[in-house]
Each structure stands twice: as structure tokens, then as C-alpha cells.
Design a protein around this ligand. Structure first.
Ligand code: ADP
Ligand code: MG
Length: 241
């Protein structure tokens, strides 16, 4: 189980997260839903160990892992597909997907992962990662790499951004696939129709947790309330701190 306990994050004297508590149970899928600037990517980076919270803890199976870095968390089985995929260049997609051969996966498995994200094995496996790849292709490659890695926790930050209209179906297939391998999904999005596909959801706004529960209920609440409140930066709510 992965948890955030009373996580606060402050940058340049501004509070970005206000005492966030979240629990992610093994084998389930979760969305973190919220408008731009809500603090979703900040949460992802704190879960991954790229950022340290100003206060509060990250717990993994009851152990405090707040002090662990990205590599140490990856070793525990926590991995992420970043909102802006890293620009690895100069290696072939096949090498990238197998971590330079360290990941022992066969051709069939690589083919299956690439084709699930909509890329043909024949056209892409041997292709170099370079400037000729589009943002959407990079994103798909990154998702295929997580499928092959089969981490215990996969954090997907806006996996649908930069993808075309088939993104909804792709996310659904990814969720099914991760469910089979027992990977817990933390899917970050500002799209209701994407959030609806997970088991549970957290609705975050202006760095605060507004609602949690079954995805369909949280999405319904988000639909009714988001954009119609004063729960935004500079509002009365922010001034309370
Ligand atoms: P989301 O992913 O929900 O769109 P972010 O977590 O990226 O939101 O950002 C939350 C808030 O924190 C935003 O107002 C953003 O401008 C601010 N923020 C993020 N990173 C930094 C940073 N490095 N320095 C200052 N402010 C930041
Ligand atoms: Mg973001």
C-alpha cells in the first residue's frame, strides 16, 4: 500500500499542497482528477521521490520512504510515465523498452506491448529514438515501457495529453492490462471520461483534496462543481492559510 500522509508542499513561499492524504491499495486503479494547476503533477513527483514534501510522509507498506530518491523507489516497484517524457536519444526503441537488455522480455512480449499502445512492432522496434519521433509516439513508447516493466505501482501523468482521439480506448486497454499483472494504477488527468475508467478517484483543487470515493461518484461531483466555485488561487479559500 502506498500512502501520502498530511503532505504539504511549499515553493517560493507559496503553498502548493495543503495537507493531502491519499491511499493507494494494491491491485486497484485510481485517478487524481483536477483542473490545471491543482497540484496533480506535484503529487506525482512527490510519490516518485523527485520532490520532497515540505512536511508529511510518503508511506510504502507502512514504511516511511519520504527520504528515498527516484532510483530507490523504482527498485521498490514504483514507476512513472511522465507528463513530458524524457528525451532519451540515440538508442533504438527496442533497447529503450528492455532497459538496454537488462529486462528479460521476449520479442512477442515487446510486440504485444508496442501494439497495445498502437505502434507496429515492424515499424518501431528497430527505430532510433530521435527528433523524428512525435510527442504522441514518445508518449506511447513510454507507456509500452511501463507495460513491460510491470511495476507494483504505475503513475501515469496525463497519459492522454498529446494523444489523438483514440486515447480513451488506449487508456482502457492499458488499465485492463495492468489489472492482469496486478499493477496498481495512479492515473492523473483533468478529463472526466478518463477518470471514470478507474475504480477510485481523488478530486484535487488548489492543492486540496475536495472529494474521494468511487470514480463515477467523484466524477459526477467534479462535473457539477468544477469551475463553478471560488476554490481557486487567490480566492477566499487560499487566504485562509
Ligand atoms: P497540475 O499538474 O495539477 O496542473 P502542478 O502540480 O504542475 O499542477 O502545479 C501546481 C501549482 O504549483 C501550479 O500553480 C504551478 O504553477 C505551481 N508550480 C509547480 N511547479 C513549480 C515550481 N517549480 N516553482 C513554482 N511553482 C510551481
Ligand atoms: Mg500536471
Amino acid at each position: 500500500m502506498l500512502c501520502l500522509r498530511n503532505v504539504e508542499y511549499e515553493k517560493n513561499g507559496r503553498k502548493i499542497l495543503h495537507g493531502v492524504n491519499m491511499t493507494f491499495r494494491e491491485g486497484m486503479s485510481y485517478s487524481i482528477l483536477g483542473p490545471n494547476g491543482a497540484g496533480k503533477s506535484t503529487i506525482a513527483r512527490i510519490l516518485m521521490g523527485e520532490l520532497k514534501p515540505t512536511s508529511g510522509e510518503v508511506l510504502f507498506d507502512g514504511r516511511d520512504i519520504t527520504g528515498l530518491n527516484i532510483t530507490e523507489r523504482a527498485r521498490l516497484g514504483i514507476s512513472m510515465a511522465w507528463q513530458e517524457p524524457a528525451r532519451y536519444e540515440g538508442i533504438r526503441i527496442r533497447e529503450y523498452l528492455t532497459l538496454g537488455g537488462k529486462l528479460k522480455v521476449g520479442k512477442d512480449e515487446i510486440k504485444e506491448a508496442l501494439e497495445l499502445v498502437g505502434l507496429s512492432y515492424k515499424l518501431y522496434a528497430g527505430r532510433m529514438i530521435d527528433k523524428t519521433l512525435s510527442g504522441g509516439e514518445r508518449k506511447r513508447i513510454e507507456l509500452a515501457s511501463l507495460l513491460l516493466l510491470k511495476p507494483r505501482y504505475a503513475i501515469l501523468d496525463e497519459p492522454d495529453s498529446g494523444l489523438d482521439i483514440t486515447a480513451g480506448e488506449l487508456i482502457e486497454e492499458l488499465l485492463n492490462c495492468f489489472k492482469k499483472t496486478g499493477t496498481t494504477i495512479i492515473l492523473i488527468t483533468h478529463h472526466e471520461e478518463i477518470a471514470r475508467k478507474t475504480d477510485f478517484a481523488y478530486f484535487l483543487c488548489a492543492g486540496r483534496l475536495v472529494k474521494k470515493g468511487f470514480s463515477r461518484e467523484v466524477v459526477e461531483y467534479y462535473r457539477k462543481t468544477c469551475g463553478k466555485c471560488l476554490f481557486v488561487e487567490g480566492s477566499r479559500h487560499d487566504d485562509k492559510d
